[in-house]
Design a protein around this ligand. Structure first.
Ligand SMILES: [Fe+2]
Length: 389
């Protein structure tokens, strides 16, 4: 496969520490970033207990900020005020994608007093950050968004019915500390939704129009691991080997999406997430099969020998684990998995067929849509939504 003529750029956390039990290093690692940390957690405060124990051993001072939902702009501002009040000089985010995103946004806003809308895409001016954010240590507890590897933080703006990004190459966490043990016992439904989000974030860059050699390497490594271990972790939440595959796959998915973009699944999931309170992973999972079918059919109609079809064939082999698998076998694997793991249809989130035109209009303008392997018409996107509904 040829490398892109335009070349590529690749940014990762400065330090990546991966493996069962590495959470015990969080205090010592955070102490290399600062002396007072803002610890950002999720609703389940217990989950961050190993981090607190490690902070105590390292003699680190800290204050805490809990995120109860996908963070809004005002949540990020509240966390920033807390960081200022404690004179925090570093941020540690321990939780799912929403918590890591909140930590990234707070770390960035903490060094930028004044109106945060200056830096927000779409609903603000989208100006580049002027200063380096506070150093951030990210500890993901779900294997989903890969936010520990990316350079943006997704924030909701309820008044605009949108999710928008605060984005800067400076927002890549300084340290990604990935401990698969933190996800042990994660409920089945959350494991399925977050895992299918990560799987989508490996599939979309793999077949996407902006793939490059480095992102291909991430997808080649990550897709087979996610596919073989997702069912195992769903069947047995304590399966550490499967959790390790998922944590690694999710991290690789973050690296892939940060550098080659996504596709129509995320193009549609963004506007849906902005308008409905629907978990991101569940929305992606519901759209995955319909978008696979739509992309393959559109590619075939355009050129029966389109090179991306070979990428779909390869993805089908990884998903099914069968070297002879066809593109249709890959599609069937997705449909059966999504059904077997009881991922709800879009209608479950309150989406109506009458919402489709507005969602399609927003999706066609979404940045993720530009990474899709081929342009999908409004009519095809409408069929996709109807299938997922
Ligand atoms: Fe995603």
């Amino acid at each position: 496969m040829r490398l892109p003529a335009s070349g590529f750029e690749f940014a990762t956390p400065e330090r990546i520490v991966f493996g069962p039990g590495v959470v015990s290093q969080s205090g010592a690692l955070a102490a290399t970033l600062g002396s007072t940390a803002l610890l950002v957690t999720g609703r389940d405060l217990q989950r961050a207990e190993p981090v607190r124990a490690s902070f105590r051993r390292a003699g680190l001072n800290w204050v805490e900020f809990a995120v109860m939902q996908e963070p809004s702009v005002s949540d990020a501002q509240a966390g920033t005020r807390q960081a200022w009040a404690a004179k925090a000089d570093c941020v540690v985010a321990c939780g799912g994608g929403a918590v890591v995103d909140a930590g990234k946004a707070i770390a960035a806003l903490a060094t930028h007093p004044g109106d945060p809308y200056r830096f927000l895409e779409i609903i603000g001016q989208g100006l580049p950050l002027e200063n380096a954010p506070l150093p951030l240590l990210a500890l993901p507890t779900t294997a989903g968004t890969g936010a520990e590897a990316t350079r943006n933080a997704v924030l909701t703006s309820p008044e605009h019915f949108l999710k928008v990004s605060l984005r800067s190459p400076r927002m890549v966490p300084r340290v990604a500390l990935i401990d698969p043990e933190l996800a042990l016992g994660l409920p089945t439904h959350l494991t399925a939704c977050t895992g299918l989000d990560a799987l989508t974030q490996l599939l979309e860059p793999w077949v996407g129009s902006k793939a490059n050699g480095m992102t291909d390497a991430c997808c080649r490594e990550g897709l087979p691991r996610m596919a073989r271990s997702l069912a195992k972790a769903i069947a047995d939440g304590q399966d550490l080997e499967a959790r390790t595959d998922l944590a690694y796959g999710a991290f690789l998915s973050g690296l892939a999406l940060a550098h080659s973009g996504l596709g129509a699944v995320h193009g549609l999931a963004g506007p849906i997430g902005g308008r409905f309170s629907a978990p991101h992973g569940a929305v992606c999972a519901a759209l995955l099969g319909p978008v696979w079918r739509a992309n393959v059919e559109t590619l075939r109609q355009t050129d029966p020998n389109h090179p991306t079809l070979e990428r779909y064939r390869q993805a089908a082999r990884w998903l099914t684990g069968h070297p002879q698998a066809s593109i249709n076998d890959g599609h069937r694997w997705i449909e059966e998995s999504v059904q077997g793991w009881q991922i709800p249809h879009l209608a479950h989130h309150g989406i109506l067929a009458s919402d489709f035109p507005e969602l399609i209009r927003a999706a066609q303008a979404a940045s993720s849509m530009k990474g899709n392997p081929i342009r999908l018409s409004d009519e095809v996107l409408s069929q996709v939504l109807a299938e997922a509904h």
